[in-house]
Design a protein around this ligand. Structure first.
Ligand code: ADP
Length: 470
């Protein structure tokens, strides 16, 4: 089986800021550099073209006013310098070239600007030289005698122009790196200042960026949850400790009785006629202890299992009939009449626990009854629920104790409970087991008027499994 491990990256706010700012600055420098250079280059080029055309027209005007024989001489004298002047006769022969030897140059008749000037009187165009990475602007004007005067100006192409910018741009970038580094450090310090000062023990009391408030709210909620959980844990721990001390306390009484009588017997202090009575007492106490241990085991198991691990479809009526069978002799001993009525009502659950619930309720109804009293157990389906109702004509329970009786080890009348073999855990088990079966228990009782306990569970259809079964 392969495990995916999350790799934790080292992240620094200053580095992140630095990277973003640097990227942004470089992009801005590059964009502005290229755009401004291109704008400058093209606007300069346009005006250069216009200027050259004007110069060509001017030269043509002068040449037209000059006699044919003096034209070359005039060009040599007046138009020498940086600008290239070429005088081409109507056949394309070069009569004069300020940047070359006139007459030796090749025929210029097929040069586009010359051809265009022959045809329409004037021309201006630009040619790009790949090898020299240069742009040359030409302006040609046809003279009255049919020859053409051509002016040419050569300068760097856009690419060459831009490559000339590399050094200044690199310089600007180095300055940008340093400035960005300083700026990102400063920004980080400023951003971090309120974060460093955060008080996490009271997250919502901090004066902090709005963007961080949801995070602090989550921290606050989690701290609340933790506090709650700690409280619940402490409560559970407390209950567990109280339960253990109650268990050992409850165990002591029967143990003391047993060891007391055993000691009497060991020292031959029990008269022969009483030995059976003493043995019965020892037996009863041992039974009480066994019952206590059984109940403690059931309740401990219920404490461990919050959810039903596995269950089966159970008929409350069948469980009731079985419990009745087991309790019949106890009922007749108490002089209590025990009746079971009703229909099949199915629940989904654990048979041992479900039987224990019904058994405990019926046992109590007999125990806390009057001689010649009556206990009625009724199973039914009500409002889509499976219900078992145990009603007795016994002593009843005062209303203020209706919650208390479900607490562990709580007995309304301790001596009566002991007399009848009660542990004080019976109803605690019933309530816990009812919850385990997604059910609930209700009580209706008044002192002297008997008691009714009602257990209600989610209904399981005959032959079907409960929808809400785990
Ligand atoms: P116990 O082992 O003492 O019977 P339970 O948890 O079963 O413990 O019951 C708690 C107390 O509730 C009992 O001590 C008893 O006083 C009271 N009680 C329970 N069932 C009945 C009932 N049907 N009628 C009157 N009192 C009852």
């Amino acid at each position: 089986m392969s495990t995916t491990k999350k790799v934790q990256r080292n992240m620094r706010l200053s580095s992140t800021l630095f990277r973003s700012l640097l990227l942004f600055t470089c992009a801005v420098i590059a964009f502005l550099g290229i755009t401004l250079s291109a704008i400058y280059y093209f606007s300069y080029e346009r005006s250069a073209e216009e200027e050259l055309s004007a110069l060509a027209q001017d030269a043509a005007l002068h040449l037209d006013q000059t006699a044919k024989a003096d034209k070359v001489l005039m060009l040599q004298q007046q138009f020498s310098g940086e600008m290239r002047y070429t005088l081409i006769d109507p056949e394309g022969e070069v009569l004069f070239d300020s940047h070359g030897a006139g007459g030796t140059a090749e025929n210029h008749a097929n040069r586009p600007e010359v051809q265009e000037a022959y045809k329409s009187g004037h021309a201006s165009l630009k040619r790009y030289s790949d090898t020299l990475q240069t742009d040359t602007i030409y302006a040609a004007v046809k003279l009255n005698d049919g020859s053409v005067i051509r002016l040419a100006e050569t300068r760097h192409s856009l690419i060459a122009f831009l490559s000339g910018l590399i050094v200044p741009v690199l310089l600007a970038l180095s300055v940008a790196v340093v400035l960005t580094l300083l700026l990102s450090r400063r920004l980080t310090r400023n951003v971090m200042k309120p974060i460093d000062a955060l008080n996490f023990s009271k997250p919502l009391d901090n004066d902090i960026y709005d963007e961080m408030k949801p995070l602090l709210k989550r921290i606050d909620e989690q701290q609340d949850q933790l506090r709650q959980q700690n409280k619940e844990l402490a409560l559970a721990e407390n209950m567990r400790r109280e339960f253990s001390s109650n268990v050992s306390h409850e165990m002591k009484t029967p143990l003391q009785v047993i060891s007391g009588y055993a000691e009497l017997m060991t020292n031959d202090l029990v008269p022969g006629g009483d030995s059976k009575k003493v043995a019965t007492l020892i037996y009863d106490e041992a039974q009480a202890m066994r019952k206590l241990i059984d109940d403690v085991l059931v309740i401990s198991r219920l404490d461990e299992a919050n959810e039903m691990a596995e269950g089966e479809r159970l008929d409350l009526q069948q469980l009731t009939l079985k419990a009745k069978e087991r309790l019949e002799s106890f009922a007749s001993k108490q002089g209590v009449q025990l009746c079971v009525a009703g229909t099949s009502a199915y629940i989904y659950g654990n048979e041992t626990l479900a039987t224990e619930m019904v058994y405990n309720l019926i046992e109590n109804a007999i125990k806390y009854n009057h001689p010649s009293g009556r206990v009625t157990v009724e199973t039914s389906i009500e409002h889509d629920c499976s219900v078992v109702r145990v009603t007795d004509t016994g002593v009843g329970i005062p209303e203020d104790l209706h919650d208390k009786i479900f607490e562990r080890f709580y007995c309304v009348d301790k001596s009566r409970s002991r007399e009848t073999g009660g542990t004080g855990l019976g109803l605690a088990i019933v309530k816990h087991a009812a919850l385990y079966h997604q059910g609930e228990i209700a009580i209706k009782s008044m002192p002297g008027e008997g008691t009714t306990f009602t257990l209600t569970f989610p209904l399981v259809q005959d032959g079907a499994k409960a929808d809400n079964s785990p």
